[in-house]
Design a protein around this ligand. Structure first.
Ligand code: N2P
Length: 396
């Protein structure tokens, strides 16, 4: 469970909400999220899922199965949906795109709604794993910012809609003795044994995510993070294998709470929102300092967009579309970001996102940092080389 903002921030939020036309005290960061219909009132009648349904009302199933990244929604939102619409949500989580794909390819047909990243959306479209959607049936799609629509991995949003976005950088303990004079601003701090030996004893974590870790090793070597070159991929694999003895953990699921905030490691390959959770959870009001910092390495880093999609095998597409529309509601989109600390592609949600998140440059990176970011893209048949590399890394 993420520790959410401090009373003072909550106060700021309440003032902000009041200025926006009033929300319930506590706002989206509080433990009782709004329902979408309350949100409609808050947003002065902006489109909500209420308008998504035919006059006869939607034919909602009794149950909907949702498969999402770990720690990636305020589960109160799910409860609110269940209570309002009588649809029981079966909720399950995964650690990486590859885990999600493996689950679907192993024949799991129970999942209705899934949340793959950009490059995995293209892979899944090619594999026929995603249902087509019609965004005209999702009125709250209008809340999504134009720059997040019609992405190259899913032209015309024919299969998915944006959920959250972020970056993949390095979270570190600024007071770790070695980092005081050497802030870890390069991937070398996760891969160069000469550096690693200075702080490995205090704990190093890397994301348990094949494309992410390989991309970091590739750009560290001066190659493209999406390399399809067998020799470059092999070199990146070997970099990780050489560094592996210094790693305490490969964790991308609960590392923010169990490793960073818990003080089990001093540096971690990290997604922006998880680093921000560590930052805010260890922030000291008195000193204005936190135990954690986040940096985008100078060689560049991944920027990703996760997407809500419906599986081709789902028998509950109308309910899935209804649920997706609920997640895209402005207040609900803000509740997600206020919980996850990831940036929202939902432009209308910005009115409800707490200022500390909107103004946090590690969550919404400024232009000079954006310039160093790149997307992971599908790598064609090289995907098998990445799979082999990962097996070798994990098998060592
Ligand atoms: C948060 C998951 C972040 C998703 N725990 C990265 N694509």
């Amino acid at each position: 469970m993420k520790k959410i903002l401090y009373p003072i921030l909550l106060f700021v939020l309440i003032v902000l909400l009041a200025a926006c036309g009033g929300g319930p005290a506590g706002g989206p960061a509080a433990s009782e999220p709004e329902t979408a219909s309350e949100a409609a009132a808050d947003t002065g009648g902006e489109v909500t899922e209420e308008t998504a349904v035919s006059e006869a009302g939607p034919q909602l199933a009794d149950e909907l199965s949702v498969y999402n990244w770990a720690d990636y929604i305020d589960e109160e939102l799910l409860t609110a949906y269940e209570e309002e619409y009588g649809v029981h949500i079966l909720y399950d989580t995964f650690a990486s795109n590859e885990d999600l794909l493996a689950k679907l390819q192993a024949g799991a047909t129970g999942y209705d709604v899934i949340v793959p990243s950009d490059y995995m959306v293209s892979q899944m479209i090619e594999l026929g794993l995603l249902a087509e959607i019609d965004t005209a049936q999702i009125p709250n799609f209008a809340n999504i910012g134009d720059e997040f629509k019609n992405a190259p991995f899913d032209p015309g949003n024919k299969h998915c809609v944006p959920y959250q976005w972020g970056t993949s950088g390095i979270a570190y303990h600024p007071t770790e003795p070695y980092f005081v004079d050497n802030p870890p601003n390069s991937w070398a701090y996760l891969f160069d044994p000469a550096l690693l030996e200075n702080y490995a004893g205090d704990g190093i974590n890397v994301l348990n995510d094949p494309r992410e870790l390989m991309a970091a090793a590739l750009v560290y070597l001066g190659y493209e993070g999406n390399s399809q070159n067998p020799d470059e991929i092999a070199q990146a694999r070997d970099v990780v294998i050489k560094a592996k003895p210094y790693y305490k953990t490969f964790n991308s699921e609960d590392y923010d709470d169990t490793l960073l905030i818990a003080g089990e490691v001093v540096i971690s390959h990290s997604w922006s929102g998880d680093a921000a959770n560590a930052y805010w959870s260890t922030y000291d009001d008195a000193t204005g300092e936190s135990e954690w910092a986040y940096t985008i390495p100078e060689e560049g880093a991944v920027k990703w967009l996760d997407n809500i999609c419906i599986t081709a095998s789902s028998q509950k597409q109308e309910t899935a579309v209804h649920f997706i529309n609920y997640l895209l509601d402005a207040a609900n989109g803000a509740a997600i970001t206020n919980f996850t600390y990831y940036a929202s592609p939902n432009e209308a949600a910005k009115a409800y996102i707490v200022e500390e998140i909107l103004n946090d440059p590690s969550i919404y990176p400024p232009e000079d940092v954006q310039a160093k970011l790149y997307w992971l893209t599908e790598v064609g048949d090289a995907v098998f080389l990445y799979d082999e590399a990962w097996t070798a890394i994990k098998g060592q």
